[in-house]
Design a protein around this ligand. Structure first.
Ligand SMILES: NC(=O)c1ccc[n+]([C@@H]2O[C@H](COP(=O)([O-])OP(=O)(O)OC[C@H]3O[C@@H](n4cnc5c(N)ncnc54)[C@H](O)[C@@H]3O)[C@@H](O)[C@H]2O)c1
Length: 378
């Protein structure tokens, strides 16, 4: 570990965590660091090879006590194993279960007794022991109490928080102000997939609205076969995801109040593949109709990993720069439900500006370090 290492804790060792750790492992090779899907090989001087998982929390009896690499391959994780992850030396610890397992996950995930006893203080103690700098929250949708408990452990320990779930953390005024007051960066809520249904949908709306067309109607139906989709098949568990997807469409500039956009079914045979059926009906000059139908098929979990590869480095850059609270400049591009929403193109512009500023910051840091070194040698 060098002083550029970004120490990461994972809350939830499921499919997205598996793809993320595979991406981090592949990033150790400087050549593969330039792999497709990695938007920026370097962010503020940090490369993918600077990421290191130092802590992991779970409730699944099948995963607690295992090396992280082993736990990430265990069912019900659906992520495809593209990259072999060697043993990490990180043992998966029990986290507080709270409302983490509910609906259709009951019986699929066997909750470890130690997770029923675990507290926020236990999480905080492990974050302190390992020196974790950024916690990535990858809990199932619908587990607001558990997600917010991990956020509180981060507030207590000064750990930056990346909320991949649609549960409110960045959108919770009390939690957001606590992160701001304690000088800790917060990124959220609800990670966008790198090239998923929301991003494709909002990019197309941006295109049509930018050319002056009127959107008459649209829908975005999604099915998949991983544990996330199994969980989302329960309407009580998927409510926050539905709201989050509609919010992303509203930020794109349409009235999404009644738009059907969400998880629309669990299809076991798809495994980690997700299929989106998207339709847009629009109107051009003198009422000329335009319509399009698209079928998008992606591997779901790596799609999250590509965004996390940026989000984690941005959290650390923000901490280096003394920024705290919600990092609005990047959240609209990286998340579906940022507190400050933007259109697809404005979100991308703002994100690029942040990356460019981070690059010049790290360039100035390097220059200063070089000058100090020259002065020391003189
Ligand atoms: N797949 C994507 O591209 C994508 C995109 C955006 C957001 N997300 C969100 O990311 C989250 C994770 O998705 P996933 O596909 O990895 O889900 P998953 O079901 O594969 O993994 C979730 C893991 O969390 C564990 N868990 C449950 N309660 C816990 C607790 N209290 N403490 C610690 N661990 C707990 C579960 O046992 C499971 O292993 C979901 O909320 C999902 O909606 C995913």
């Amino acid at each position: 570990m060098n002083n550029r290492t970004i120490k990461i804790a994972l809350a939830g060792v499921g499919s997205c965590a598996s793809s993320f750790v595979q991406a981090v492992t592949s990033g150790r090779d400087a050549v593969i660091d330039r792999q497709p899907g990695v938007m920026y090989p370097e962010i503020g001087g940090y490369r993918l090879s600077d990421l290191e998982c130092v802590a992991a929390f779970e409730v699944d009896a099948n995963k607690i006590g295992c090396d992280l690499a082993d736990a990430l391959r265990r069912p019900p994780t659906a992520a495809v194993q593209h990259v072999h992850v060697p043993d990490t030396g990180v043992i998966v610890r029990p986290g507080p279960v709270l409302d983490g397992i509910g609906g259709r996950l009951v019986g699929v995930v066997e909750v470890d007794e130690r997770a029923r006893q675990a507290t926020i203080e236990d999480v905080a103690a492990e974050l302190r022991r390992t020196g974790a700098e950024v916690l990535v929250c990858l809990l199932p949708t619908g587990s607001v109490k558990a997600v917010q408990a991990y956020a509180r452990a981060c507030i207590a320990t000064g750990t930056a928080f990346v909320n991949a779930t649609p549960e409110s953390v960045a959108n919770d005024p009390d939690l957001a102000s606590a992160f701001a007051e304690r000088g800790i960066p917060l990124l959220g809520d609800d990670l966008r997939s790198h090239l998923g249904a929301t991003t494709l949908h909002t990019a197309l709306l941006d295109l049509l609205l930018g050319r002056g067309l009127a959107i008459k109607d649209t829908y975005q139906l999604n099915v998949g076969g991983n544990t996330d989709f199994l969980n989302l098949a329960d309407p009580l568990r998927s409510a926050t995801k539905q709201t989050s997807k509609r919010r992303a469409l509203s930020n794109a500039g349409i009235d999404a109040t009644d738009v059907a956009a969400g998880p629309n079914g669990y299809v076991k045979y798809l495994g980690d593949r997700k299929v989106c059926f998207l339709r847009i009906e629009a109107e051009s000059i003198i009422g000329a109709p335009v319509s399009m139908e698209i079928r998008l098929e992606v591997e779901d979990s790596p799609n999250a990993a590509a965004v996390l590869a940026s989000a984690v480095r941005i959290a650390r850059v923000a901490a280096d720069q003394g920024r705290s609270g919600v990092i609005d400049a990047v959240c609209a591009f990286l998340f579906k439900s940022p507190p400050v929403g933007m259109t697809e193109s404005s979100g991308l512009d703002s994100f690029r500006e942040f990356i460019a500023a981070a690059a010049s910051h790290s360039w100035q840091d390097s220059l200063r370090a070089a000058e100090l070194e020259i002065a020391r040698l003189a």
